[in-house]
Design a protein around this ligand. Structure first.
Ligand SMILES: [Ca+2]
Ligand SMILES: [Ca+2]
Ligand SMILES: [Ca+2]
Length: 310
């Protein structure tokens, strides 16, 4: 007689899976290096960053997204002479976000954000310096350019030997001379990480069930509904996180309620905004609503307006 072993499969379900929005790497060439690593500048090599050479990493978004963190192993100090740093008051690097231009490099005529990296204030070590952000971006190709402040300079880490041998993974890097606009594009090891979250597009209705959406600037309150659809449950939106206005960052809701606004049998979210706080101007033809769901997903919706200014 054969005895059959009993195999018990434990199906583990993680509360984190599918329930909580988690930042996902858009670019990650760190090769798993602990973010606390400090590489000695004397045994580190990298792409030079200075006022005639801004260095950036290319990234592509396949869906509307929120950029949540930009970081890199960088060091800045324009001169280290005989082992002694000659940069008494170094300022942190900044990061400029640009869309890609037709030639493949960054379009410097359009700056979507300027952010300031954290700063180790130690010219002799290369540290992971980063910034948290909440930048909403459409699908497309972009560059995060590392830009020095003043006459400073430094490196974006490529490789190091202390405290351990390290070579970053390859990223698509552009080096730009901001004075001439000359841009080069290369595949180069560079220790960079960009994190993001997919943006959930929602259907909103300004002045529910009315169209066109005439906005009388003399009115006090403006009602806006987030509609429940086959793919989105508006009751999952945390009303305290919602912002609405000309660009979607202006006004918090002064009150909110759950009701079937469009009469299709499911429950929608109805919000009221103080019109004066929305920043809507006579020339605006659309308004944007942004916010988060209770489980941390970022939402965005837009609707047309006709602002009456007479
Ligand atoms: Ca440093
Ligand atoms: Ca409407
Ligand atoms: Ca409904």
């Amino acid at each position: 007689m054969m005895r059959m072993g009993v195999i018990v499969l434990f199906l583990l379900t993680s509360a984190a899976t599918g329930l909580h929005a988690e930042e996902q790497p858009i670019v990650d060439t760190l090769r798993g290096t602990p973010l606390t690593t400090q590489f000695s500048i004397f045994t580190s090599w990298g792409t030079a960053i200075y006022n005639r050479a801004h260095v950036g990493v290319q990234f592509t978004l396949g869906q509307p997204s929120v950029l949540t963190e930009i970081g890199a192993f960088v060091n800045n100090c324009h001169t280290i002479s005989g082992g002694v740093p000659q940069c008494p008051e170094t300022q942190p690097f900044t990061v400029h976000i640009h869309p890609a231009a037709g030639n493949g490099g960054p379009d410097l005529s359009t700056t979507l954000a300027v952010l300031v990296l954290s700063h180790d204030d130690d010219p002799l070590v290369v540290s992971y310096e980063s910034v948290a952000t909440h930048l909403r971006l459409k699908p497309g190709t972009y560059f995060a350019m590392f830009v020095p402040q003043g006459g400073d300079g430094g490196i974006l880490l490529r490789s190091a030997t202390q405290p351990f041998d390290y070579v970053a993974e390859v990223a698509t890097i552009s080096t730009v001379d901001p004075q001439t606009g000359t841009a080069t594009l290369s595949r180069t090891p560079a220790a960079v990480r960009l994190l993001g979250l997919p943006l959930v597009s929602v259907v909103i209705d300004i002045k529910p069930r009315r169209f066109p959406n005439y906005v009388n600037r003399k009115a006090k309150a403006l009602p806006v509904a987030v509609l429940t659809t086959a793919t989105f449950d508006a009751t999952t939106v945390d009303p305290t996180t919602v912002l609405f206005g000309a660009s979607g960052v202006e006004a918090f809701a002064v009150r909110s309620s759950l009701k079937d606004v469009d009469g299709d049998g499911d429950t929608d979210l109805l919000l009221h905004f103080n019109l004066r706080e929305t920043g809507l101007a006579c020339t605006d033809t659309a308004a944007v609503l942004t916010g988060e769901t209770f489980d941390g997903r970022t939402i965005e919706g837009t609707d047309t307006v006709k602002v009456q200014c007479q």
